[in-house]
Design a protein around this ligand. Structure first.
Ligand code: SF4
Length: 467
């Protein structure tokens, strides 16, 4: 439906499409923005490339993410020139920090909306439809609540729940506090209310996210309250799994680990970005931990949460990183045997403290160290996966194994175990009795038969339709 100049068309006749880039926190913002528009009677299109008003919710935390956001905006600008879309709105982190210079560089953009200003999205689109150019970028203070309207962009069997937004840390390489503002948590009852609603709507897995989820509650209670939140969510009947993301190492305390161990629903998956292991690098990164405290933390996780799957991330090629620092990191990767590991070549960030440091590592060497670290982790991951052969795992079915990323695996379904967060970790391929039909969201016991670098495969142990 094309917007004609008569801007008195009702919202029902205006379709809005969303392209959501970046992290799960930004995805939640996109869902809330679409929820607000749907409540205002706008039609929600399935694609931002085929609608009246296209919105790009951008990411800007590192150079490559900004590049990707700008490429997508330029692609949609071309569609606007061709008349395929009428209006173009840029929201989120890129708009929050760079709207002033982008305004002239991206003339086809009709509105720039900050990472905390999207609650005004319906009014902004009305203004844009009246031909106005809008800059709505304030201090990011907003945090949604359980009554915020929401339009799901994930399969219905899992939902992201943002328990907090913003961050009070000052990690030297990170500009996220400039993009998302200071830390603010949602009350426990509010989070529990939302989780119950998602459970009622068919969600089986709830994924808790924030910039630093272990800082939860410090703002409204003056003390860390994550363990209390996890216990509260454990009593919600209509969900099966609760997965916690983005724990900060210095705050991953015994009471949180004990709450995870004692919980029926919180999966034994610990996502704790560590960033490095060398003391001098950690100090320069302002990470408030040392190599020794990190090693104690990993041991403590494995002692307090037996069977825990640990995911972490490391930055390689950080300013001043010597070959010796890097070798120490490789030794730690070999020693710690993380289940899931993401490695990032250091990204030079102009407005970050680390961007001002001497001894910037040449890009070529950063890339080389990235490949050496990932090659080592590939071996570690296969070794870890082989330990599951013959064992039983509960698998959350994602769907049929039509689109199989591992050509040589024969499977009927694909799913995830407690060791796998969506989109970033491994998959489990499942062979099943053809008479039994499983639905996305079913959680079924499987016997693991094969191990691959990052994935597993096995067979369903159910012999009836009721897992
Ligand atoms: S904890 Fe550090 S890396 Fe993470 S968002 Fe906060 S400042 Fe950035």
């Amino acid at each position: 439906m094309k917007i004609n100049s008569s801007n008195h068309k009702s919202h029902r006749q205006v379709s809005v499409g969303m392209l959501s880039l970046g992290c799960p926190k930004t995805l939640v913002d996109s869902e809330i923005a679409l929820g607000i528009l749907q409540k205002s009677q706008f039609e929600i299109a399935t694609s931002a490339a085929d609608c009246d008003v296209a919105i790009v919710n951008t990411c800007a935390f590192i150079h490559n993410a900004r590049q990707e956001s700008i490429e997508k905006i330029l692609a949609l600008s071309q569609l606007k020139e061709k008349g395929r879309i009428q209006k173009l709105v840029v929201m989120g982190c890129l708009a929050q920090k760079y709207y002033h210079e982008l305004e002239s560089q991206l003339p086809l953009v009709d509105a720039f909306v900050g990472s905390g200003d999207y609650p005004k999205i319906a009014e902004i689109i009305d203004e844009v439809r009246h031909g106005k150019k809008i800059i709505e970028v304030g201090k990011p203070l907003f945090l949604y609540d359980e009554n915020s309207p929401r339009f799901s962009l994930t399969p219905s069997h899992y939902r992201y729940v943002k328990i907090s937004e913003g961050c009070n840390h000052k990690c030297s390489f990170c500009i996220i506090p400039q993009l998302k503002g200071l830390h603010r948590s949602r009350p426990i009852e509010d989070v529990a209310g939302e989780v119950t609603r998602h459970g009622g709507a068919g969600a089986r897995e709830i994924i808790l996210t924030g910039q630093d989820t272990t800082y939860y509650g410090r703002d409204f209670a003056g003390k860390f309250m994550l363990a209390d939140l996890l216990k509260a969510l454990d009593s919600i009947e209509n969900i099966n799994w609760v997965r916690l993301l983005y724990a900060y190492p210095a705050h991953l305390s015994d009471d949180i680990l004990d709450a995870i161990r004692e919980s029926k629903k919180v999966v034994k998956y610990i996502d704790v970005p560590l960033q490095h292991i060398s003391d001098s690098i950690l100090q320069s990164m302002k990470r408030a931990v040392t190599g020794a405290s990190i090693r104690r933390l990993v041991q403590n996780i494995r002692k307090r949460v037996p069977g825990a799957a640990i995911r972490t991330t490391f930055i390689v090629g950080y300013p001043g990183e010597t070959e010796q620092d890097f070798e120490e990191l490789l030794d730690f990767i070999q020693e710690a045997k993380f289940d899931r590991l993401g490695v990032f070549p250091y990204s030079y960030e102009q407005d970050s403290y680390s961007g001002t440091l001497p001894h910037q590592v040449p890009e070529k060497l950063r890339e080389e160290r990235y490949h050496r670290a990932m090659a080592l982790q590939q071996k570690v991951s296969l070794e870890n996966n082989r330990r599951w052969i013959g064992k039983e795992l509960q698998i959350l079915i994602e769907g049929t194994a039509k689109k199989n990323r591992n050509k040589n695996i024969q499977a009927d379904y694909v799913g995830r175990s407690y060791r796998d967060a969506p989109d970033v970790d491994g998959l489990v391929y499942v062979r099943a009795n053809p008479e039994i039909k499983y639905q996305p969201g079913d959680i079924i016991p499987c016997r693991i038969r094969e191990a691959f670098d990052y994935d597993l495969s096995g067979e369903a142990l159910c012999d009836s339709n009721h897992p």
